[in-house]
Design a protein around this ligand. Structure first.
Ligand SMILES: NC(=O)c1ccc[n+]([C@@H]2O[C@H](COP(=O)([O-])OP(=O)(O)OC[C@H]3O[C@@H](n4cnc5c(N)ncnc54)[C@H](OP(=O)(O)O)[C@@H]3O)[C@@H](O)[C@H]2O)c1
Length: 420
């Protein structure tokens, strides 16, 4: 029988039964590593750790270039090693850590080695497909991985989950929607599941006309109404590509068929995800829109810890509203769904093209609607080149990612012109 990563509730083991059967030792500090410690999710994780320092021993932390911030975090939480992925920032990191006894390292290999160090729990919070290699390194040694980096599942989902299962790794979903679904799944059995529903805030342009959305600036797109997040995911939330990536993430994480995953726009971001069972029961997880809630859930799982996020006061929220997602104004969601249904390397191509398009939009070189246009054109071109075989290894996934980025870059001038 195929083993599954522990995030799945199959094989007769629900999250609730896991919770009962594997209590955490209360006295041992938990050894942890934070990949992407200087980012939005990384800093929320650091915040939780600083509130109960005796509970954790920090093995490694990483950033790309933000050496000063990384060194400060390393000193604050007593990390053993700090790694910058960009070797040009090694000197700055080393100087900033001088006299602390904390090791400094740099480069992609050093990042992978940091993930391989013996931390029991790893936060995977690097942004983008570049997070795949170090996250897999933690998976391969059977660690518990709190997975914020959804790109691991979008770019190489089938391969990633197979590796997690065979290494005996535990994948815990950090994305608030998937964390909500993970919590709600404990209420029933796989054979009784009807569908899962991922909620979406609708982003800053939810009520805008298509004409207005076309003219949206990066500043407007970066201003998310409910969540404070890094730039890439903020833009993806504005196009709804983020929800599309999350649909693909759910497909792999929970082994769901495409028709078992629905999206519902819910502007208040109070209900993060729901699971509907065959008897008509719908189980939802709620909470303030604060990433420290799902992160705290992953940090303590299967136990719970006190969380600093604002308490949910429904009397103050007063109104919870819902509406279907509009795939005309937000075509990225439909593109992601199609890529999931096509399967193979289509989601890898989709993600690569989106990373290129978002960077170009933030740099002010293309318009907002050029983002889905570039993704669509890249998917078409990649299919035309026969690039769609399922990536069966890390190298294959990274290879498709690389080629898809070059295709997207080559298509850029034409798409920029068309969408201007
Ligand atoms: N933010 C949220 O609320 C949220 C919610 C759910 C899921 N997620 C997912 O979590 C991941 C992180 O999101 P975020 O919003 O926290 O991103 P972010 O704020 O942009 O932070 C990204 C982190 O990754 C590091 N990084 C960036 N490029 C790198 C590279 N090439 N090599 C190594 N490290 C690199 C950054 O280091 P520097 O600081 O040096 O650039 C930073 O520490 C994404 O996959 C996102 O989809 C985020």
């Amino acid at each position: 029988m195929r083993r599954r990563a522990a995030c799945w509730y199959g094989d007769g083991m629900t999250p609730a039964s896991l919770a009962r059967s594997t209590p955490l030792p209360a006295t041992e500090p938990r050894s942890i590593t934070i990949l992407g410690a200087t980012g939005s999710v990384g800093l929320s994780t650091v915040d939780l750790i600083q509130r109960e320092p005796g509970r954790y021993r920090v093995e490694a932390i990483s950033a790309r270039r933000n050496a000063a911030a990384l060194a400060k975090i390393a000193r604050d939480i007593g990390a053993r090693i700090a790694v910058v992925a960009d070797p040009d920032y090694y000197g700055e990191l080393k100087d900033a850590l001088a006299g602390s006894g904390i090791e400094a390292a740099a480069g992609e290999e050093a990042l992978v080695e940091a993930a391989q160090r013996p931390a029991e729990w790893v936060m995977a919070a690097i942004s983008g497909a570049v997070g795949l290699k170090p996250t897999l390194a933690a998976i391969e040694r059977g660690a518990t991985v709190a997975l914020a980096n959804k790109e691991c599942l979008v770019c190489a989902g089938a391969f990633f989950m197979r590796r997690a299962a065979s290494a005996g790794a535990t994948v815990l979903p950090v994305d608030s929607e998937h964390n909500a679904v993970f919590q709600a799944l404990g209420a029933g059995r796989r054979e009784d599941l009807k569908r899962v529903i991922l909620t979406a805030s609708g982003g800053p342009f939810r009520t805008w006309s298509l004409e207005a959305i076309r003219l949206a600036t990066p500043e407007q797109a970066l201003r998310h109404p409910n969540w404070v997040m890094g730039p890439k995911i903020s833009i993806d939330s504005a196009t709804l590509m983020n929800k599309g990536l999350e649909v693909i993430e759910a497909h792999h994480l929970f082994a769901l068929a495409p028709h078992e995953i629905d999206v519902l726009v819910h502007p208040q971001s109070v209900i993060h995800g729901m699971v509907e069972f065959r008897d008509g029961s719908v189980v939802a997880q709620m909470g303030a829109p604060d990433m420290r809630i799902p992160i705290a859930h992953c940090l303590a799982w299967p136990a719970r810890i006190d969380g600093p996020a604002p308490r949910l006061d429904l009397a103050q929220v007063r109104e919870l509203t819902f509406e279907p997602a509009d795939e005309v104004r937000f075509p990225a969601l439909a593109l992601a769904r199609q890529a999931m249904e096509t399967g193979g390397a289509a989601p890898t191509v989709l993600n690569a093209a989106d990373e290129v398009a978002v960077a170009e939009f933030i740099a002010g070189r293309i318009g907002f609607m050029a983002i889905p246009a570039l993704v669509e054109a890249t998917l078409d071109a990649a299919a035309g080149r026969g690039l769609m075989a399922e990536p069966a290894s890390l190298d294959a996934a990274l290879g498709v990612d690389h080629v898809a980025r070059s295709i997207a870059l080559a298509l850029l001038p034409e798409i920029a012109l068309k969408s201007s």
